[in-house]
Design a protein around this ligand. Structure first.
Ligand code: WQD
Length: 341
């Protein structure tokens, strides 16, 4: 009998790639998503890639009754991977109540369901934004947590605290995964980053500019204290990130955890600047990108990249894909979108 896993936010960017990896490893998957920032057609794309159609339950996870019904219908879950959240840093500054309500009440409803149905294997989608601008780089899991720079980042910090307190009270197991900058798309080009409306993130804006959906790309700031003056981030291929979730889940399923709650940085350990990403895109696609240098974007930190030692040695996971493959896969996805719509 295959183990059944609940993936909240499973039609979203990282969630859909994780569902593919779960199905490839013969798990049964239930996706719960409210489709506020994704499309149900992603379920069909996942089926095309894996040959298996995951169960899809349209669910408003901020609604306690709907969430209870979800758990009653699927009371035989072996684990939960919780992605569902609003995640646009800039939007969270404009609409803080939406972010605190959505991200925290959905988490609490999911934890209530997990407690009631005794599901104690819980993977949480966290973020490197909890570190703010680290004083020391690369940043370790033990690096100090800085005051959040946005309500989005604060919901991730508070989410980690809620899970930690809940786990202590209920002998519950959880693994918190702090993502750096996920980019790229599945090699099939059938799933990828598909934001409703205008994207906020660098790479979809690069590919949309290159394909002609946008006239130009703005480079936010060239006066940072970095080699080429632009911000540095630790970009990680979304498939590498997805695979880490399966490894974390199986660490719990096989009782290999050393603490009730464990935290891992999911990055490559390499930092690349905005201009280096643009250059990698131009080199790999042969497309000259139309971009202009503009002023800094409020809220941006200057540079961050991960110390991945703990995830490499303790989790037994290491990111494998290069920046070249990341930008190429993102471009193939953008081209697929153009053919599909
Ligand atoms: C990257 C760099 C921008 C757009 C993201 C997610 C956040 C978290 C961490 C998961 C910055 C520059 C961008 C543009 C630009 N992930 N840029 N022109 O801000 O690091 O945060 O990763 O939790 O949720 O949002 O990513 O892609 O927005 O920016 O110059 O048009 O690209 O200034 O230096 P960021 P990003």
């Amino acid at each position: 009998m295959n183990k059944k896993i609940l993936v909240t936010g499973g039609t979203g960017y990282i969630g859909s790639h994780t569902v593919v990896e779960l199905l490839n490893k013969n798990y049964d998957v239930v996706i719960a998503d409210n489709l506020s920032n994704s499309y149900q057609s992603v379920v069909d794309a996942i089926e095309k890639i894996t040959g298996v159609k995951p169960v899809f339950e349209k669910t408003e996870l901020t609604d306690q009754e709907q969430t209870q019904k979800l758990f009653e219908k699927h009371s035989d879950l072996a684990g939960i991977i919780h992605f569902a959240a609003l995640k646009a840093v800039g939007e969270s500054v404009e609409k803080p109540l939406d972010y605190y309500h959505n991200n925290l009440s959905s988490l609490i409803n999911i934890l209530r369901g997990a407690l009631k149905h005794n599901i104690s294997n819980f993977v949480f989608s966290s973020s490197c934004t909890v570190y703010g601008q680290p004083d020391v780089l690369p940043v370790k899991e033990t690096s100090p947590i800085q005051p959040a720079l946005s309500p989005y980042g604060n919901t991730k910090q508070i989410g980690e605290e809620i899970i930690t307190d809940f786990a202590a009270a209920n002998h519950f197991k959880a693994i918190l995964l702090r993502y750096f900058n996920p980019i790229g798309a599945h090699p099939s080009a059938l799933i990828g980053e598909l934001p409703l409306g205008a994207p906020n993130n660098l790479v979809p804006l690069i590919t949309q500019t290159a394909i002609g959906k946008r006239p130009l790309l703005k480079v936010f700031g060239t006066d940072y204290n970095t080699p080429d003056g632009t911000c540095i981030r630790d970009y990680i291929h979304v498939v590498d990130l997805a695979k880490a979730h399966i490894i974390a889940l199986e660490r719990m399923l096989e009782n290999r955890q050393k603490m009730n709650v464990e935290v891992f940085n999911l990055g490559t350990g390499n930092g690349f600047s905005v201009l280096e990403v643009i250059n990698a895109f131009e080199k790999n696609t042969g497309i000259k990108l139309n971009y202009v240098n503009t002023s800094r974007r409020p809220g941006d930190i200057e540079k961050i990249w991960a110390d991945t030692t703990y995830a490499n040695t303790e989790l037994g996971w290491k990111a494998e894909e290069s920046l070249d493959e990341m930008v190429l896969s993102a471009w193939r996805w953008e081209c697929h979108l153009k053919e599909s719509f």
